[in-house]
Design a protein around this ligand. Structure first.
Ligand code: ADP
Length: 442
């Protein structure tokens, strides 16, 4: 192609110069003729540049560049090549985005993409359905103006992206949704929306079932236990019958304890929020003292239980929940230590928390079991727990009671050395105006 040849202008320039020089020669001076020839050549080049500029200005998708000779022709064809590659790359990118959007659109979980200013850039159909968003109408709208749920804005602003935000949509559907946020790119955020309603419904059914069945079983069990006692009074001559009735009574007590714990756990699990109405000012030392007495009475063999607690300490909690926490941990320390063991109980302010701790020098727990101890019916040694009257629900009750009181549980233990259980409550639970000494047991 002559127009694409960089040296394609040499014949033209040669011709112009020859014509200019010979014209000048005939007129008496070659130089004006050569100058005129060069001016004509510059004019031709200027026309080509204009043609190229017009082609570029006209957004020439698919239109060939003007067929030009010389270096401008080469530039034109190069530009065309670069343009074609760019267009191919853009088409590839658009196809990829379309595919991603198509796959996101097929998801049952919602996805909302927010820009740096927390305005909606894109959302999939599931997000529209679950959150009631309209798209593309809501594009560019501040998400916090559209999703006005208490705590949502704070959730978006905080840096902790491990946290999930759960809320209920206050309409007839009463959906329970869970949001997770992840930051990406410069300052964009993607929100993942999961519908937990079905799971929550099942959980409620399970909790109600356990609560109802425990409640229903308690009455017949009390009747049976009563008859066992009556029979024992009537037939107390035969050692065999006494042994059988003794075992029946023991099993009835175990079952009663199990039902009591199941009922309490199902009540605590029903709601993680504190029950402010049931809360009262509790004299912690007096409560711990009475639990200590009970534990010493119930234990097989000897134990020393020391109690470090300021008698003036009062804290706000539901009595049932506080008692459950204290007695489960104290009874466990007794259950899982041997005769002659020493147990140290403390309750007091430690730094920014109110801490209740129980340390024993009992059998200890292998670290692999510690993360699972608060699961229902999780026991390190099933036989030992059952033998000592354990229901396997004590630490699950402690965990849920602590959640409702805004506290948490820490466990340190070494097999053969002993265990320390520490419950940390927020300082706000301390009754105002009471100065207390620290009473940590380490
Ligand atoms: P259980 O009624 O069986 O005691 P818990 O939920 O109270 O149930 O405790 C779960 C398990 O944790 C127990 O079965 C026992 O294996 C272990 N455990 C709890 N407290 C202690 C402790 N102080 N020392 C050693 N093991 C413990």
């Amino acid at each position: 192609m002559p127009g694409r040849d960089p040296s394609g202008d040499a014949p033209l320039l040669g011709l112009l110069l020859a014509a200019g020089a010979s014209g000048g020669y005939w007129l008496g001076d070659v130089w004006p003729g050569i100058a005129l020839a060069l001016a004509v050549y510059v004019g031709i080049c200027a026309r080509r540049v204009r043609a190229l500029a017009r082609w570029l200005e006209g957004n020439p998708r698919g239109v060939e560049p003007p067929a030009l000779r010389g270096p401008l022709g080469v530039m034109g064809s190069r530009m065309k090549l670069i343009q074609r590659r760019l267009l191919e790359d853009i088409a590839d990118g658009e196809a990829q985005v379309a595919r991603f959007r198509e796959s996101f659109s097929a998801l049952r979980d919602g996805i909302v993409i927010l820009d740096a200013a927390r305005a909606i850039e894109w959302c999939n159909p599931a997000a529209k359905r679950l959150l009631g968003l309209r798209f593309p109408e809501d594009r560019g709208q501040q998400v916090a103006n559209l999703l006005r749920y208490p705590g949502f804005e704070a959730f978006l602003d905080e840096g902790d992206r491990e946290r999930e935000f759960e809320f209920t949509i206050p309409d007839a559907r009463a959906l329970t949704l869970q949001l997770q946020a992840a930051d990406f790119g410069e300052a964009s955020t993607v929100l993942f929306v999961r519908d937990l309603s079905a799971m929550k419904r099942l959980e409620t059914i399970r909790q109600d079932f356990v609560g109802n069945i425990s409640h229903e079983l308690r009455t017949p069990l009390t009747v049976i236990a009563g008859y066992v006692d009556t029979l024992a009074d009537l037939l107390d001559d035969s050692p065999l019958i006494n042994k059988v009735l003794g075992q029946m009574r023991q099993q009835a007590v175990r079952m009663e304890n199990l039902l009591k714990d199941l009922l309490l756990l199902s009540q605590l699990e029903n709601d993680d929020e504190p029950d402010h109405e049931a809360e009262e000012s509790i004299a912690a030392c007096a409560m711990l003292e009475s639990i200590r007495e009970n534990a010493l009475t119930a234990c097989v063999g000897e134990r020393t239980i020391t109690l470090a607690c300021d008698p003036a300490l009062r804290f706000r909690a539901s009595r049932i929940e506080a008692e459950s926490i204290f007695s489960n941990l104290l009874f466990n320390a007794v259950k899982y230590s041997s005769s002659g063991g020493h147990i140290a109980v403390g309750f007091g302010v430690e730094g920014d928390a109110l801490v209740f701790s129980v340390r024993d020098d009992g059998i200890g727990i292998d670290p692999v079991h510690i993360p699972r101890l608060t699961e229902r019916f999780y026991r390190v040694e099933k036989s030992r727990s059952a033998e000592r009257g354990g229901t396997g629900l004590g630490l699950a009750i402690v965990k849920h009671a602590l959640i409702r009181l805004g506290g948490d549980l820490q466990v340190e233990s070494r097999p053969g050395v002993g265990s320390t259980f520490r419950c940390r409550f927020p300082l706000e639970r301390l009754e105002p105006g009471v100065s207390v000494r620290s009473a940590a047991v380490g």
